[in-house]
Design a protein. Structure first.
Length: 252
């Protein structure tokens, strides 16, 4: 049975989508059947793998019951990696979902039939703690939390951890934190080193050993519709994501 990972942090611009796309690609290339679910209305994970932003059916149609999840799956450029795209209507889901009975369980119910088909299912969450992110946390077994190594890195973590604890208590007791991932790291700066030290001191058991560096290739890869591991597999960013995928698999 497959494991569902949510990539979540309510702070924007910390590398959630980049992490979701590249980790899913690395895992798929290692021979595991992998699904990337784009839960973000911005659809950046969808576009980052060369899939049309408005492709339908997508997650919106799945959540509203207009389509089954299996009907919305589409192939990515990476062998073994399929995508459940966001869908053009997902932007309205934050308003529509709370009006539906048991909305927080809908994503979980939609994905459960896919557990036997995929060994890894990754959910790219929006930069908020709204209904879509909550739905993803209810559906997930584990959470990967990207943390940018800059000044405000720790500020939003307390709120996220409180939300995780609430979801665990009320809706999903199996949810655990797979790890916190330090992203956009510049080890040449004192600020970067200080933030890394502080995060590791606060969460010594949770922070992944792998650190994702600031890297031009990581930033330009989405414009080619490819993960950085295919755009430039020998870049520092690609090598870091290869190592992270190994860590994720090793942690189970």
């Amino acid at each position: 049975m497959g494991t569902i990972y949510a990539i979540a942090n309510q702070k924007g611009g910390v590398g959630k989508t980049t992490t979701a796309v590249n980790v899913s690609a690395c895992i798929a290339e290692a021979g595991y059947a992998t699904l990337l679910v784009d839960v973000d209305p911005q659809a950046n994970a969808t576009v980052g793998l060369g899939i049309e932003r408005a492709q339908a059916p997508g997650l919106y149609e799945v959540l509203t019951g207009e389509a089954q999840a299996v009907e919305a799956l589409t192939d990515s450029p990476i062998a073994g990696l399929q995508v459940l795209p966001a869908g053009a209507g997902l932007a309205g889901a934050n308003v529509e979902l709370p009006r539906m009975d048991g909305f927080e369980q809908r994503l979980r119910e939609c994905l459960e039939p896919l557990r036997d088909r995929f060994e890894y299912i990754l959910l790219d969450c929006p930069p908020s703690l709204g209904p879509l992110t909550v739905s993803a946390l209810v559906a997930a077994d584990k959470v990967i939390v990207p943390v940018q190594t800059e000044y405000f890195a720790l500020e939003g973590l307390a709120g996220l951890l409180e939300t995780l604890a609430l979801v665990q208590r009320e809706s999903n007791p199996r949810l655990t934190v797979a790890g916190m991932l330090l992203t956009m790291h510049d080890g040449r700066t004192r600020l970067g080193r200080d933030v890394e030290r502080e995060v590791r001191a606060h969460f010594p058991e949770l922070v992944f050993d792998t650190v994702i560096p600031r890297n031009v290739r990581v930033g330009e890869a989405p414009s080619y519709g490819l993960p950085v591991t295919h755009h430039d597999p020998h870049s520092a960013g690609a090598e870091a994501y290869f190592e992270l995928a190994k860590e994720v698999a090793a942690r189970g």
